[in-house]
Design a binder for this molecule. Structure first.
Ligand SMILES: NC(=O)c1ccc[n+]([C@@H]2O[C@H](COP(=O)([O-])OP(=O)(O)OC[C@H]3O[C@@H](n4cnc5c(N)ncnc54)[C@H](O)[C@@H]3O)[C@@H](O)[C@H]2O)c1
Length: 340
């Protein structure tokens, strides 16, 4: 089986997850990494045992690399993607794909122009229980959808923001609790509930010394006529497992920490294969997020390259949550309902 050569942009905490996944995937091979800090080159090379460049062009010039994984700070994803696309590499970017819908449009266009595949890592879409719920809901077994709620009432300590100063900044993190942590569950909610017509948001910075919000709420009006709410935060001690609630005319399904906790669907038996163990929720500790769902996303991306098809989450899909989150921010600032 021909191996896909992979290069990684960024050398932060999430990169360990990628290296572990690539090691476990038979038809994937880690070729090299890029770090913007020259002082880190030697240490990272020693740690991962592959070449590390502090010149992005040198990484992108390697012909053995077909796929670039973009793992740097969120608001720097776009510039990395534009360079990788121009070099003819397929791209799998960490979430959020970029921090504004406009920047996302720009990278989607560039990938189209250079004929490369663009995927985004929103790995909770691969959680087994979520997929069971998704299948049932998309088959219409809940009937007309009435209400969808997402609660990501998480906690991050002061050190989380202090150690890496891009976190919580508006320009590079794109905000904070919703854009960085909440985005996963917001993406799941939108994937199940469909298009959004308008939102009202109220976000605040109440505990941490950051620009972005550490507490926030949002109200959603879906195109279908259904309604929804989102609550989130990184100041909500001790941090509870994220929760997703979908209510329809014929029943409801509730998930917590990626696992189904309530299944009350009139025409559908409770599924037998409910995951016994979730892939880690990260409610209070970002390092507790498991790597299995990332592995599935990388395998899917390799499949997309080999079969020349769309990846699980393409640019247009990845844009949806960012569009809603930035609309919450605007709504909060302008104190009005925002049409999407
Ligand atoms: N999908 C997920 O569940 C998940 C989880 C964590 C992070 N992420 C995403 O991954 C991206 C990177 O996040 P992260 O948590 O790895 O960021 P991070 O703060 O650990 O690292 C980000 C960048 O900062 C620099 N950096 C990190 N440690 C450094 C050090 N000791 N000295 C000098 N420079 C250093 C590196 O350039 C690195 O690429 C973000 O877009 C984030 O949203 C996704």
């Amino acid at each position: 089986m021909a191996k896909i050569g992979i290069g990684i942009i960024g050398t932060g905490s999430i990169v360990n997850t990628y290296v572990k996944c690539i090691e476990e995937i038979e038809n994937a091979e880690l070729i090299a990494l890029y770090t913007k800090s020259s002082s880190r080159v030697a240490a990272v090379e020693k740690h991962f045992g592959v070449p590390v460049f502090d010149d992005i062009d040198k990484l992108l010039a390697l012909s053995e690399i077909q796929l670039i994984c973009v793992c740097n700070e969120s608001g720097n994803h776009g510039s990395a993607i534009l360079k990788a696309a121009a070099a003819g590499k397929h791209i799998l970017s960490e979430k959020p794909l970029e921090v504004t819908p406009e920047k996302i449009d720009e990278v989607i266009e560039s990938c189209k122009k250079h004929n490369v595949i663009l995927g985004c890592v929103l790995q909770n879409r691969c959680s087994k229980d979520y997929m069971l719920a998704e299948k049932t809901i998309k088959e219409g077994k809940l009937g007309k959808l009435l209400m969808g709620n997402a609660h990501i009432n998480w906690y991050r300590n002061k050190e989380y923001y202090a150690t890496n100063p891009w976190r919580g900044t508006k320009r590079i993190d794109g905000g904070a609790a919703f854009m960085n942590q909440g985005i996963h569950t917001i993406d799941l909610l939108l994937n199940l509930m469909g298009g959004v017509k308008s939102v009202f948001g109220n976000v605040k910075t109440m505990v941490h010394s950051i620009e972005g919000e550490d507490v926030g709420i949002g109200v959603l009006n879906f195109e279908s006529g259904a309604i929804g709410t989102i609550t989130g935060g990184t100041a909500l001690y001790p941090g509870y497992s994220e929760r997703l609630e979908i209510y329809g005319e014929k029943g409801s399904i509730l998930l917590e920490g990626g696992s189904i906790i309530q299944w009350n669907v009139q025409d559908s038996d409770k599924p037998v294969s409910i995951a016994a163990v979730s892939d880690g929720s990260g409610a209070s500790d970002p390092t507790s997020i498991g790597h299995q769902n990332h592995k599935t996303v990388i395998q899917d991306m390799i499949g997309a390259i080999n079969e020349n098809r769309k990846p699980l989450v393409d640019g247009a899909e990845a844009k949806k949550a960012v569009e809603v989150i930035t609309a919450f921010y605007r709504s909060s600032e302008e104190e009005k309902l925002i049409k999407i």
